[in-house]
Design a binder for this molecule. Sequence first.
Ligand SMILES: *Cc1c(COP(=O)(O)O)cnc(C)c1O
Length: 402
Amino acid sequence: MKHKSTNFETKCIHAGISDYEFGSVIPPIYQTSTFKFESAEHGANLFAGKQKGYIYTRMTNPTVEALEDCVAELEGGYKALGCASGMAAINTVFAAMLKAGDHVVCSSIVYGPTTTLLSTIMAGFGVETTFVDTSDIEAVKSSMRPNTKMLYVETPANPTLTITDLKAASEIAHSSGAKLVVDNTFLSPALQRPFEFGADVVLHSMTKFLNGHADVVAGIVIVKDEETYKHFRKVLNQLGGVIDPFNSFLVHRGIKTLYLRMKKHCENAQIVAEYLEKHPLVKWVSFPGLKSHPQYELAQKQQDGPGGVISFEVEGGYEAGERMMNSLTLCQLAVSLGGIETLIQHPASMTHASMGKEARMAAGISEGLVRLSVGIENPKDIITCLETALEESRKTIDAPAV
Ligand SMILES: *Cc1c(COP(=O)(O)O)cnc(C)c1O
């Protein structure tokens, strides 16, 4: 009988299916679009759901299922649905849970395209959304309506790293007859498992920490019971945004080191955040592992670590930030996060440019805010790079006005 460990690092290696064909230790890549039936009767039974098996890769594929079962176990859910991207996962959740006339309460700071999806495409389908600062639980409570079907939360939020109390959020959602959906991309199940706090659906962009190697775009949705799973599976099959076998294999491979990577991301980010906080050219630093973070206590309670993402502001605003990013020697100027390499970007001109300045200001995303996804390099090298770049940014401040 299989020994089920409750230790996360063991789960990263053994979660999900353990028996593959030919005694293969690692899930084989079933790079096939379709599966042969043994007979006409066999095919009919598979379609009727009377027999378990594979029909067509958009419906399920053994390599994809191996990954899905692994992530479902890591999150403490029932089953998962592998998607082509994080956005495909979010679209699947919205299509499966919402219809015209429904209302959504969503964090005012979520992944940019999620905001746009709700305020354009979903609005066009007759779904109304109220964006609210979900770290303010009273504000969440007063935004709920009789037709609110979903409370959608990202915590820590990107890029301000404000934290939403998941237990309080789930209690509000449930007392209003709504479901709590959590985008858990920023921490991964290694550091936060929203089901433990009452979430109903958890989703990820696996492009980030779960895969962790900046070489795959993928997403996943995790649900808690069979009925929801069957409904979501039908919806995903109709929408069609499934992950493919090869990407599933890569993400599954990445997950084997999830525990190790997250541990190092947290350690490095803590060292870098403490360094930045003391730097005279840095105005402020937001990182859940710093005592100066307004929700430090909540982070300690809800998260198993601070995560690997830091945001901070350089003295000298937009120009100083720009100059800093043009002076990097190790950190790479790129969007995305959660990979083994340190990435840096400027939300006001990049990931959050489409929000517009007014909405950014309202959400606390200042013009000089810089987002840093701390990789697993030696932290001294990351600091050397930041030190040089910050010194360069000083030239903007020191330069005489012309
Ligand atoms: C990147 C990201 C997404 C979207 O994922 P893709 O894989 O790029 O589609 C969604 N949510 C969060 C928090 C993200 O960081």
